[in-house]
Design a protein around this ligand. Structure first.
Ligand code: NAP
Ligand code: F7E
Length: 366
């Protein structure tokens, strides 16, 4: 008997999670369709290695454009949708709150309605990228599926709408739609303005003499950081359950920004000592006495979430997922190692470009 092909539609395919999820689903034999949006730069770094593969297809659409989503869902006829697209930066959501609401809140509704408009509600499962930011100004530590929400940024408020509209469509229309409440997950593909990647890149640049200092905001903020590559497996597992349910995905371990920073510099070959408090706190190179890390108010947020710590018991028992597959130390090590190589490679490339320009000018190469 012929088995029906699994067809996944991923919004946010060019992002950190979208790229790992695409690799994961392609390896499982899925046809993977990704949503891209028009950009003045055509190079999509995180998925460039997948473009051209026979089962990997890209389509233009936008979370803020209902028509494009309705047409795309009708064309692809997905069996699973992974809605990962979002304006995902919490600090940016204070500067662009309306756009954040449009993409991150109403965007979820548009996906659900695109499925209904195409009469796919009985055959298409939907995963919604929900977030630990919903717990915000936390009311309980650690946080699980029953912890009350207290969103504390325009991003989190938008994502709260996404969470509730998914639940509403599940109950009202009996649709298979679920939220993964994912705690922070990082990787060598993490955007460069999120705190972990900002730190690992700076540690590598400082070690290789390409940067003087690193400026950060709240060093005492606490997060439950996991490895993105491990977390995409959970997104898939959530959609393979008998019943649609929401899950917390976290490691169950908590660390401060300061600890992350200390470890990243250590792996880059610099031992830091932190002295002072608040805005006056500094990270000093123990070997040279040079100040390498300072605090800048520019990276403080109007309201900051400072105590995230997830309880992954449900995912562990019901999905059989291992929350400690990659440890905190391994995660930091992977990121630093990657960025040490990247900074070195960028340096070699820039020297080669300079030399080539010089040779061309002198007519030594044609
Ligand atoms: P990311 O790297 O910032 O990727 C976001 C993706 O969304 C990109 O592909 C981006 O496209 C796309 N996008 C943004 N606005 C769009 C629009 N209007 N229309 C179409 N696509 C749009 O985020 P991530 O870290 O992979 O996170 C994936 C999802 O999980 C997001 O929804 C995020 O909010 C959520 N989440 C992340 C974490 C985490 O720790 N990483 C934790 C909890 C929840 P461009 O490349 O064109 O910008
Ligand atoms: O900040 C503090 C900052 O921007 C983490 C997104 O993926 O995870 C992410 O959101 C903490 C905050 O991530 C700097 O104040 C200190 O307390 O790396 P972040 P985030 O805000 O937790 C959640 C789960 C998501 O859903 C989001 O999509 O670190 N911090 N100094 C800093 N943060 C940044 N960005 N830059 C600093 O210099």
């Amino acid at each position: 008997m012929e088995t029906k092909k699994n067809v996944a539609l991923i919004t946010g395919v060019t992002g950190q999670d979208g790229s790992y999820l695409s690799e994961f689903l392609l390896a499982k034999g899925y046809d993977v369709h990704g949503v891209i949006r028009r950009s003045s730069v055509d190079f999509r770094e995180r998925i460039a290695h997948l473009e051209g593969k026979p089962n990997f297809h890209l389509h233009y659409a936008d979370m803020t454009d209902s028509m494009s989503l309705v047409k795309l869902v009708g064309k692809v006829l997905p069996t699973e949708i992974y809605n990962l697209a979002a304006q995902s930066h919490v600090q940016v959501s204070f500067d662009a709150p309306e756009y954040t609401a449009n993409a991150d809140a109403t965007g979820v509704l548009r996906i659900l309605e695109a499925v209904r408009t195409n009469h796919l509600e009985k055959t298409c499962k939907i995963y919604q990228a929900s977030t630990s930011e919903l717990y915000g100004k936390v009311e309980e530590v650690p946080q699980n599926e029953n912890t009350p929400f207290h969103p504390y940024s325009p991003y989190a408020v938008a994502k709260l709408y996404g969470y509730w509209i998914i639940r509403e469509y599940r109950e009202a229309y009996n649709m298979f739609c679920c939220s993964g409440i994912l705690f922070n997950h990082e990787s060598e593909r993490r955007g460069e303005t999120f705190v972990t990647r900002k730190i690992t890149l700076a540690a590598a640049r400082i070690k290789q003499g390409k940067q003087e200092k690193l400026y950060l905001g709240n060093l005492s903020s606490l997060r439950d950081w996991g490895y993105a590559k491990d977390y995409v497996e959970c997104m898939w597992l959530i959609l393979q359950q008998e019943k649609p349910e929401d899950f917390v995905i976290a490691t169950g371990e908590q660390h401060s920004v300061r600890e992350f920073c200390y470890l990243a510099f250590k792996y880059a070959g610099i031992e830091l000592e932190f002295q002072g408090e608040g805005i006056n706190e500094k990270g000093i190179d123990k070997a040279t006495g040079k100040v390498l890390v300072e605090v800048s108010e520019d990276f403080y947020r109007p309201t900051d979430v400072v105590n995230l710590w997830g309880d992954p018991t449900k995912a562990k028992t019901q999905l059989g997922w291992n929350p400690q597959k990659t440890t905190f130390e391994e995660l930091v090590h992977i990121m630093v190692q990657h960025d040490m190589q990247k900074v070195a490679a960028d340096h070699v490339a820039s020297v080669m470009r300079t030399n080539l320009a010089e040779y061309l000018e002198k007519g030594l190469v044609k």
